[in-house]
Design a protein around this ligand. Structure first.
Ligand code: SF4
Length: 721
């Protein structure tokens, strides 16, 4: 049914992804499709819905990936990236072809004239995307039986031409849905056993025992949302054939009452809270009705347990429920109960014979024990003293074949676990295009950097840089605006700017920031007496003629550094001003000073880039100053920095050395931000659902006292604020 429903939302990416993940779908080559890789390709391309987006955005994504792959071809250390990027480009192209074929196949065409024609079309779809009879031999029994039921239901619909010679595809789909809903499949003889389904399904049946689960407001009855296409006020005009949403709720209530009246024993369950959202739930009004009918008084939601009779049983927790049940429902419950018995008898659960028999359970117990303890264990990122790397080696930035960067090292200082996931396990987060309502901070930053680089690059090439303090010409400003407009159009065409309703304003804001930049820049050049000499000064990058810059740490080891310095200016006397553009707020840089040049191991760029700029520009003895320039209204158009003196250099490199040691020895604790209100999570590795990291923060609070975390605390400090 999910396949037939794909055109409903114009081939929405979420629908296509859910269908691919929920069925053994095959491609044109009759092989299973790579579901996860295709999901990543569609998200990376920014596809939301519509065949046009699938075609154009995936094609552009493939082009971009191949262009990136060419850059990485020349990178000996990261050659694997080129290969991976090419594979991703192939996936993007394959997916575009698959969806184009799907869009054609989902149109019944001339076959839509009759039930027989639609049945033939539908059978063809099943065969094309799920495989024919021959393939089903390898399926599990229940899936094979389900496929046979689908075939039979389609076949039956093919015989309906005598009833209605001109069915619509929608009518065919509804009929098929009904056929499949009625045919749940069963084991054993009719009239015995357990029937699972909605309460409507049980109307008219005689049942020995009914268990209705989830009687909470919002679940049963479900939250009533008006249909945006057919709101209740429109349905009301259409008369009784089109029930309103409100009437559907009454139907559900009547079905519940009918089922209760027909059963001998009834059990209701009500979840008091939503553990994931840490919120309480209100009991369903229908549950309170039943309480009132039984006891004569209607309890309030809070007093449900106090004011009702002894027919109400409270289950305080999962464990309490497990302890109270007379017989475990399955092997897992049995195992957990056995472990609970040991714990309650004061015995260590690690001595249980069950753990020896069930290695998976033993590993789960070890993990939970580790995480709940005060120790910093391998389950919390301690690969230094508690790890079992089974021969694997964590690459150290000081290894001669490694090339690192300032931002990588800063990542470890911010959260070592994020470094581990991203740079050791190489997990790249993928944005969800549907959730991107606004221009993301990342895209905004890239756009501003790209425009400023192109603009300044052209001026440097034309040798038309104004003297310190001299304003930019009108032509320069017009050129800056043109470049900004062109980049905005390019991002829009690639679907990277969020919803159009917000993009209109976001675009104006970014263009305004870029125009303001020329004024800020003039003032800064006047204040420092400098003029730009380089933009995007890169070293050690994949396509770079300039090799990585070697930096010697205080202990004598070398690290090789790559990077791209946003801009370097030079003063009359020859001193260098190394500039890093920032497009966010400046609050986090408030503590930055020559006395504390890399607070908490972050903001390493100024010192490392100053050292690199001297080397790349062949001015080893030039005095250098580093500055972050906050180049947006929200950043306040302000600079923050300091002169990079030998003392500053020594302080910063000492911290870099500690970071290098922490990575090389395998210290990767999770260091989540203190829980508090945030619009969006900054990092999704531990909270892909964005519901918060309170648990992880509590773990961090316990683990930080372990001496094995000390190498990290030496870098980040002891203060989480
Ligand atoms: S979600 Fe937080 S704790 Fe987890 S890796 Fe990212 S920054 Fe670290």
């Amino acid at each position: 049914m999910a396949l037939l429903a794909l055109p409903d939302h114009d081939l929405a990416r979420r629908d296509v992804a859910a269908w691919l993940a929920g069925a053994p779908v095959r491609g044109a080559d009759n092989r299973p499709v790579p579901v996860a890789a295709w999901e990543r390709a569609a998200r990376g391309a920014g596809v939301v819905a519509g065949l046009d987006q699938w075609r154009s955005r995936l094609a552009r994504r493939a082009e971009d990936l191949e262009a990136d792959a060419e850059l990485h071809d020349r990178d000996d250390e990261n050659g694997w990236r080129a290969e991976r990027l090419r594979r991703e480009a192939t996936h993007a192209r394959d997916l575009a072809g698959f969806v184009a074929r799907l869009a054609v196949d989902l149109r019944p065409g001339s076959r839509g004239d009759s039930w027989r024609g639609l049945a033939t079309w539908c059978r063809g779809l099943v065969r094309a995307y799920l495989g024919g009879e021959g393939l089903r031999d390898r399926w599990p029994d229940d899936e094979r039986a389900a496929a046979q039921r689908i075939d039979a239901a389609i076949e039956r619909l093919g015989d309906l031409d005598a009833v209605d010679p001109n069915p619509s595809p929608a009518a065919f789909r509804r009929a098929l849905e009904l056929q499949l809903a009625d045919d749940l499949g069963r084991h054993g003889s009719f009239g015995h056993g357990v029937l699972v389904g909605s309460v409507r399904l049980a109307v008219g049946l005689e049942l020995d025992r009914v268990v209705v689960v989830g009687l909470a407001e919002g679940s049963f009855p479900a939250r009533r949302r008006d249909d945006p296409l057919l709101p209740d006020r429109v349905r009301a005009v259409a008369g009784p054939d089109l029930p309103t949403r409100a009437e559907l709720v009454h139907d559900e209530h009547r079905a519940l009452l009918a089922v209760l009246a027909a059963s001998t024993h009834t059990t209701f369950t009500f979840p008091r809270g939503d553990l994931r959202r840490r919120a309480e739930r209100a009991p369903s009004r229908w549950l309170l009705d039943t309480c009132e009918a039984a006891d004569g008084t209607r309890p309030s939601a809070e007093d449900l347990d106090r004011e009702t009779g002894d027919w109400l049983r409270e289950v305080p927790s999962f464990v309490a429920g497990l302890r109270a049940s007379s017989f475990p429902a399955h092997a897992q419950e049995y195992d957990v109960r056995a472990l609970l018995d040991r714990a309650e008898a004061g015995q260590a659960i690690t001595g249980s014979s069950i753990l020896a028999e069930r290695p998976a359970l033993a590993r789960a117990v070890a993990l939970l024990e580790g995480r709940l303890s005060d120790r910093f264990t391998r389950f919390d990122g301690n690969l230094a003293t508690d790890g079992d790397l089974r021969g694997a080696v964590i690459p150290s930035p000081a290894d001669p074949q490694e090339v690192t960067s300032a931002t990588r090292l800063e990542t470890w200082a911010g959260c070592p676990h994020a470094y581990f996931v991203r740079h050791v396990l190489r997990v790249d987060p993928v944005e969800d295009p549907e959730e991107q309502y606004r221009l993301s901070a990342l895209t905004r930053g890239s756009m501003i950097h790209a425009v400023l680089d192109r603009w300044l690059g052209a001026i440097l090439e034309a040798d038309a840089v104004p003297a310190p303090g001299v304003d930019w010409s009108e032509d320069d400003r017009i050129r800056l605006l043109d470049l900004a407009e062109a980049e905005a159009d390019r991002l829009q065409a690639r679907g990277l700017v969020g919803r159009s309703v917000y993009w209109h304003r976001d675009r104006q804001v970014v263009l305004h920031d870029l125009m303001q930049f020329s004024v800020f820049d003039r003032d800064q050049r006047a204040a420092h007496g400098t003029a730009p000499v380089a933009t995007e000064l890169s070293f050690g990058m994949p396509d770079d003629p300039v090799p990585p810059v070697t930096i010697t740490l205080p202990g004598g080891r070398d690290i090789r550094l790559r990077g791209a310095i946003d801009r370097v200016d030079r003063a009359h006397g020859g001193s260098l001003l190394v500039i890093d553009y920032k497009t966010g707020r400046s609050d986090a840089f408030a503590k930055l000073s020559a006395d504390d040049p890399v607070p908490g191991g972050t903001h390493l760029q100024l010192v490392l880039y100053a050292l690199a700029a001297r080397r790349v520009l062949d001015r080893p003895d030039a005095p250098a100053e580093g500055a972050y320039w906050f180049v947006t209204d929200r950043g306040g158009f302000t600079p923050a920095g300091y002169p990079v003196t030998p003392e500053v250099e020594q302080m910063a490199l000492t911290v870099v050395e500690r970071i290098v040691d922490g990575i090389g020895t395998g210290v990767f604790p999770l260091h989540p931000a203190r829980p508090g209100w945030r619009l969006f999570p900054d990092c999704l590795y531990c909270e892909p659902d964005g519901l918060g990291l309170a648990h992880q923060y509590a773990d961090w609070e316990r683990h930080r006292a372990d001496p094995a975390v000390a190498p990290y605390l030496d870098v980040c400090g002891d203060d989480d604020d």
